[in-house]
Design a binder for this molecule. Structure first.
Ligand code: ATP
Ligand code: MG
Ligand code: MG
Ligand code: MG
Length: 439
């Protein structure tokens, strides 16, 4: 992408309404624009990151054997009356009437609709196990939308639902989700810790939330510092293996790590004092097992091997896709701007031309631009006729992992400058060497 033809409305001033750093930086970097309270337009740079996050989520869900689909944002109230949640959900549900006077709602989550799809088609245990998921916009009329995309009213969520014959099979699906979530967050360069939590209005028995530690987080968390040393890494796992998935759950959840709703001071105090931590966290996902809570009232049954009709065991599993942008920035920034992890960066590398219009500099930049694209990377070439200082400030603000600086003086010696956004270190080298380093 050439910056002269892109749409990157960066702001010089710090917007007064933004209370936390991720919200400030998203506004300043021209990633989002508020449309109304808690509802945002995704400008090109923000949209690119949102898409990269979605791509990782899709890849990891499909790796775990889960099947994507797409359900509507507007749903009939009738299904929610069947489950009893139309009244129970309360004021967070945005209720709408169509011209015929029928009650609709903007989906805050989709247990009812997915269960209706399931019951319409699946009749036999032979079609199980099944996990369906979507990445779709949700609406919750939050009482205090704030912190930008972190607590929006309209927000993008991955929501997945497993259907299994037995409780044991559904718990395997739960564990499979835990594993896939660990991989998903790690690929984004994010440490998200599974913590035992409270199930809230989704209901259910077993549940873990994934929390990113950050001072601006809205949840209070208590944990054994040993949990922060765990990483999933690049180990290979057989998602169909009950033992392997259960082993990962055991490894990642046996130490104390809880949110305030389930916090148990007696258990916490049993941890050696030097490992006891109290902190704040951002909830970036949650997994639930809730058994037959929806399948019974909605009549989602299958025939088992003996010919009996039994309600399926279910769970639901969410990732806060749009909230993740905020969490990623809270965890990756400095006083100059964002520092994107490689896994989610909107562009891989910036090219700064120090003297636009200089024949040698222009040609070297064009060359680099082509080489990077041929190597499968997406560069952002600042080809504007701007001061070097302004170009550097923009690159630092939008936080691409690498910057290649090209100027007539360096080119006389055959070199450009490669700078790492994270370390700030710069090194001079031949243009080809810079490309090699980034690929
Ligand atoms: P919170 O406790 O922050 O209100 P929740 O527990 O109500 O979230 P879930 O029903 O578990 O949310 O939804 C799954 C995920 O969707 C959450 O883990 C979170 O990352 C994200 N999410 C929930 N509400 C919002 C929101 N208002 N804005 C952005 N993301 C949200
Ligand atoms: Mg909530
Ligand atoms: Mg919550
Ligand atoms: Mg939750």
């Amino acid at each position: 992408m050439r910056l002269s033809r892109y749409f990157l409305p960066v702001l010089k001033e710090t917007p007064a309404e933004a209370q936390i750093v991720s919200h400030r930086l998203m506004l300043r970097a021209g990633m989002i624009k508020q449309a109304s309270a808690g509802i945002y337009s995704w400008l090109p740079l923000g949209f690119r990151v949102l898409e990269r996050i979605q791509q990782i989520v899709h890849e990891e869900q499909e790796r775990a054997g889960h099947v994507p689909l797409l359900m509507p944002t507007l749903q009939s109230a009738d299904l929610w009356r069947e489950s009893g949640r139309y009244d129970a959900y309360g004021e967070e549900m945005l209720r709408i009437k169509d011209r015929g006077g029928r009650d609709l709602l903007f989906s805050p989550t989709a247990e009812e609709l997915i269960t209706d799809i399931f019951r319409s088609y699946v009749k036999s245990y032979k079609d199980l196990p099944l996990t369906l998921y979507q990445i779709q916009w949700k609406f919750r009329d939050e009482i205090r939308p704030r912190f930008g995309v972190m607590r929006g009213r309209e927000f993008l969520m991955k929501d997945g639902y497993n259907f299994d014959l037995t409780k044991e099979a559904a718990l395997h699906a739960y564990n499979r989700h835990l594993v896939s979530y660990l991989r998903t967050y790690e690929r984004m360069g994010l440490k998200a810790i599974p913590m035992r939590a409270d199930s809230g209005p989704i209901g259910g028995e077993d549940t873990h939330e994934f929390l990113v530690l950050a001072e601006t987080g809205e949840s209070e968390v208590f944990y054994d510092s040993a949990v922060t040393d765990l990483t999933f890494g690049d180990r290979v796992i057989d998602y169909d293996s009950v033992e392997e998935c259960a082993g990962v759950l055991e490894e990642f959840t046996s130490r104390y790590a809880r949110t305030d709703e389930t916090h148990d001071p007696a258990l916490f105090d049993a941890i050696p004092e030097e490992r006891r931590r109290t902190a704040r966290g951002i909830e970036v996902g949650q997994i639930f097992y809730f058994g037959t809570k929806y399948s019974e009232p909605l009549g989602a049954t299958v025939q088992d091997a003996e010919g009996n009709k039994v309600p399926v065991h279910m769970g639901s599993h969410g990732i806060g896709v749009s909230r993740l942008l905020g969490a990623l920035i809270e965890a990756n920034h400095d006083d100059k701007g964002i520092i994107w992890p490689e896994g989610v960066t909107p562009f891989h590398c910036g090219i700064v031309n120090l003297k636009q219009g200089d024949a040698a500099a222009d040609a070297a930049c064009e060359n680099l631009y082509d080489q990077l694209r041929t190597a499968g990377l997406e560069p952002l070439y600042d080809d504007r006729d701007e001061r070097a200082g302004a170009k550097f400030a923009t690159m630092d603000l939008i936080g691409l992992p690498w910057r290649i600086t090209v100027g007539p003086r360096g080119l006389k010696n055959g070199v450009v400058e490669l700078t790492s956004r994270r370390t700030g270190e710069s090194e001079e080298m031949a243009p080809e060497a810079a490309v090699q380093r980034i690929v």
